[in-house]
Design a binder for this molecule. Structure first.
Ligand code: AMP
Length: 485
């Protein structure tokens, strides 16, 4: 007998079920609508890319690339017959294996072990390939989408397009983080990017305005916007060196993570949430005092532009963001009701990124909203939208009424109403009970008398108010009800 196993979604992943999925769709729909009013168009990206795209763009020393990516060698990319057939064999064995029947023979076990060894060696060493080939043949599930957008921008020669290229995306991202409330291994982002020749602070400000307009539209009002400038390729390295020197002086007072980061990525020390490190961090030099003249002016103009647009913000000199590609403007939005994982959006300017991936000199800015957290915060708040749901439950009784019920259900659906038509005849009481449980707003009662007279009973389930209407009046009434929401 096949072993009974209860399958569950893999740790850090989850199913988004109705009715929550309706809220998710509404959120993403609203984002699309708002972004399109600002001239953005959607880009649909692959979910995995060559690992090197992320390693180069985000930085090999970052947690996201160094620790959190789901990386796999892509067998279809390989010419090495030993590897492909070995991998194929391993897959066949795994699929055929049935733990309940324990069909695994000693021979199978041996084959699996030997194939796994080939697999592991191929993935982690240069035994089958040169190291260069190994890198090329590694793919990763995307931990974020900006690197992919930049890759696509270069691949499709978008720098020749007129004006700034404004793109948005929505979809799942993957990071192997420790799961907790608001933090998942498969999570979702909606993001937008502006790429082109200009780095005018007004672009940064417009992107922030668009973001906050969206948050306003979806009822995420209890938010805070933090902004910072982390300088450019001229002034930032000097500041980083200064920071490193100052951190060396206090090294013994820092925890192991921060101590390691002094060498690998000193800016990340500023991200630390450890209470005992806070007083030390407060004494460190601040980037705002070390920006070059151009960066200082850019940041000042950005703040003027935000004021012009009536956007409230707070400056946060410690907002460095975790990814290497940022330059100048960085920002983050926090929202209420999320506990420790309260960042609902992060973004910034990344002027060197396209060049880093082999493209022409290009300026860029963008953000990513964490959809999971945005939805959580909306659900915790008091601005939950009223989404349409099921409008009409067609309670038909008697086989003769069925053709009329089918025809009316179709007409109502053509008007854009959500309609449930029971597939089998039900007793009246049971039928209305189900209409209630399904949350229908109306029950449309179609019995033999109704069919004969051409007048139907429409019952509003919230207060049992009833109306008798002919087909035309019924369609008109329900349609106007739908339009008024
Ligand atoms: P980041 O670029 O890492 O700042 O990500 C942008 C936004 O994505 C964050 O502000 C979060 O809202 C969201 N996010 C990042 N990582 C996760 C995760 N593991 N689970 C859920 N949301 C995440």
């Amino acid at each position: 007998m096949t072993e009974k196993r209860q399958f569950r979604a893999i740790k850090g992943t989850r199913d988004i079920l109705p009715p929550d999925s309706a809220l998710w769709n509404w959120f993403e729909r609203t984002a699309r609508e708002v972004f399109e009013t600002y001239g953005f168009a959607e880009i649909r990206l692959p979910i995995f890319e060559e690992t090197e795209v992320f390693a180069r763009a985000i930085g090999a020393e970052t947690d996201v690339v160094g620790k959190e990516m789901f990386t796999f060698p892509d067998p279809s990319l390989l010419d090495d017959g030993r590897f492909v057939s070995g991998w194929q064999k391993l897959k066949e064995l795994a699929i055929a294996y049935d733990p309940g029947r324990d069909t695994m023979t000693a021979e199978m076990r041996e084959q699996i072990l030997s194939q796994s060894r080939v697999w592991a060696l191929a993935a982690h060493t240069s035994i089958l390939w040169s190291l260069e080939d190994a890198v090329k043949n590694l793919s990763s599930l995307r931990p974020e989408a900006t690197a992919s957008v930049a890759r696509a921008y270069i691949e499709h020669g978008m720098h020749t397009l007129p004006g700034n290229v404004k793109l948005y995306y929505a979809g799942p991202m993957f990071r192997r983080e420790r799961p907790q409330k608001g933090r998942y291994r498969q999570f979702y982002q909606v993001g937008a990017e502006v790429l082109g020749h200009s780095d005018a602070p007004s672009i940064d400000a417009e992107v922030l305005e668009m973001l906050l307009v969206l948050f306003g539209r979806v009822g995420l009002t209890n938010t805070r916007l933090y902004v910072n400038s982390i300088g450019c390729k001229d002034c930032r390295p000097k500041y980083v060196e200064l920071l490193r020197t100052e951190l060396q002086k206090v090294k013994d007072e820092l925890g192991p993570d921060s101590q390691r980061r002094i060498e690998t990525n000193p800016l990340r020390v500023l991200d630390s949430k450890l209470p005992e490190e806070q007083p030390i961090i407060e004494t460190l030099p601040r980037i705002s005092d070390h920006l070059c003249a151009d960066c200082r002016e850019h940041f000042a103009k950005l703040k003027d532009e935000l004021k012009l647009r009536g956007i409230a913000y707070e400056e946060n000199w410690r907002l460095v963001r975790g990814l290497d590609y940022y330059t100048r403007t960085t920002f983050e939005v926090t929202a209420a009701g999320l506990g420790s994982q309260n960042a609902v959006c992060g973004g910034g300017r990344y002027d060197g990124l396209v060049e880093l991936l082999g493209g022409p000199p290009t300026k860029g800015i963008g953000f990513a909203i964490g959809t999971d957290r945005a939805i959580l915060s909306i659900q915790e708040g008091s601005n939950l939208p009223k989404l349409p749901g099921l409008a009409v439950y067609v309670a038909w009784m008697g086989a003769k009424t069925y053709p009329t019920a089918v025809a009316i259900a179709r007409k109502l659906r053509e008007c854009g109403l959500g309609v449930e038509l029971p597939p089998e005849e039900m007793k009246f009481k049971k039928s209305l009970g189900l209409a209630d449980k399904l949350g229908a707003r109306y029950a449309l009662i179609i019995g033999e008398d109704e069919v004969a007279s051409g007048t139907y009973t429409l019952k509003r389930l919230a207060d049992a108010d009833q109306k008798k209407l002919n087909e035309n009046d019924l369609l008109e009434y329900l349609e106007s009800e739908r339009r008024s929401g």
